[in-house]
Design a protein. Structure first.
Length: 153
C-alpha cells in the first residue's frame, strides 16, 4: 500500500496523533471532539455535514490504518470516538450541561459496550471500528433527548 496514503490515514484515524496518548487515548479522542463542538458551536445542518464526513473518512482511514498496523481496532485509532461523540451530541442544545453529559454517557456506553453495541465490533474493517462507537453515541443521544423531552434535565 502507498506509504503516503498510510501516513495520511494514520494521521486522520488517530485524530492527528491524539490516539498515541499513553493514557486513555479513546477518552482523549472524545475530549477532542467535545472541545471541537464546544468551540465551534456548529448549527445542526453543519453538525450533520461534519458527522457524515467524519463517518465516511473514518471508515476509510481506520480500515487502512488497521491493515497497516496489523492489529484489529487498535487503541490508537480514535476517529471512532470522535464520531461517536458527534452522534451523542447531535440535535441537543450545545450548552455546557449537554456537552459534558453527552461525553460522560458516550464514554460509559463505549467502554462497557452493552448488547447490542458489542455485536457491532465483529464487523470487519473500518465499518466495525466505527459502528460500535456510533451506536454508543446514538444510545447516549436517545437518553439525553428523552431527558430533554420529558423535562428531566
Amino acid at each position: 500500500m502507498n506509504s503516503v496514503l498510510i501516513t495520511i490515514s494514520r494521521a486522520i484515524s488517530t485524530v492527528f496523533f491524539i490516539g498515541y496518548m499513553p493514557v486513555a487515548p479513546g477518552t482523549c479522542g472524545t475530549l477532542a471532539a467535545m472541545v471541537f463542538i464546544w468551540l465551534l458551536q456548529p448549527s445542526i445542518p453543519c453538525q450533520l455535514v461534519i458527522l457524515a464526513a467524519v463517518l465516511v473518512i473514518g471508515v476509510i482511514t481506520s480500515g487502512i490504518t488497521e491493515k497497516a498496523i496489523g492489529q484489529k481496532d487498535s487503541r490508537c485509532i480514535v476517529i471512532d470516538e470522535f464520531a461517536g461523540y458527534l452522534c451523542s451530541i447531535i440535535f441537543l442544545p450545545l450548552t455546557p450541561f449537554y456537552i459534558i453529559s453527552a461525553l460522560v454517557l458516550f464514554r460509559i456506553f463505549d467502554i462497557f459496550k452493552p448488547p447490542p453495541i458489542c455485536y457491532l465490533e465483529s464487523i470487519p474493517g473500518g465499518a466495525g471500528i466505527m459502528l460500535d462507537d456510533v451506536a454508543a453515541g446514538a444510545v447516549s443521544n436517545i437518553l439525553l433527548q428523552a431527558a430533554l423531552i420529558f423535562g428531566a434535565l
